[in-house]
Design a binder for this molecule. Structure first.
Ligand code: HEC
Length: 133
């Protein structure tokens, strides 16, 4: 009967696992995301995270409710600064703080790129004055 040392088995398992992981990665079908510029990737990533925001800020960041500001088309730096301020507590709003408190800097960056890339209320959205009474 052949005696196989336990250390040999575990080494084989580890190597096999690593190989499997490598194969799994390289087998991945190339997605459109791979061809995007860093900025486009952020916008794309932000568009996914933005699902959390549409309920209050409107589907394209243009709000129909006065108490929720429109955030589409604002500058990327402004949006990022506000989100950081809500997270740090330097700008206080219970709704916004509870949304951003679990976000990391990447999420905030992506969301700010996404909403600043959208047309704002003055450039394509419905202005409040133009709405039917
Ligand atoms: C539950 C409702 C709600 C949700 C969901 C929500 N917000 Fe807000 N948001 C608000 C309210 C209310 C304010 C206004 C706060 C204030 O007056 O200080 C606000 C303010 C903001 C502002 C500041 C706008 C300005 O004019 O200064 C930004 C930026 C913002 N939200 C981004 C987001 C993003 C990004 C998301 C999704 C991750 C999100 N919000 C989700 C309610 C919400």
């Amino acid at each position: 009967m052949n005696f196989i040392p336990a250390s040999f088995i575990s080494r084989t398992l580890v190597t096999g696992g690593l190989l499997l992981a490598l194969v799994a990665c390289s087998d991945r079908a190339p997605s459109i995301v791979d061809n995007m510029s860093p900025e486009e990737k952020l916008v794309h990533q932000g568009s996914q995270a933005a699902r959390l925001c549409v309920g209050c800020h409107g589907p394209k960041g243009i709000s129909r409710v006065a108490s929720y500001p429109s955030i589409a088309g604002r500058s990327q730096t402004y949006l990022a600064e506000q989100l950081h301020a809500f997270r740090d507590g330097t700008r206080e709003n219970p709704m916004m703080s509870s949304i951003v408190k679990s976000m990391d800097d990447d999420d905030i960056l992506a969301l700010s790129y996404y909403f600043s890339s959208l047309p704002g209320p003055d450039t394509g959205g419905t202005k409040s004055e133009e709405r039917a009474p």
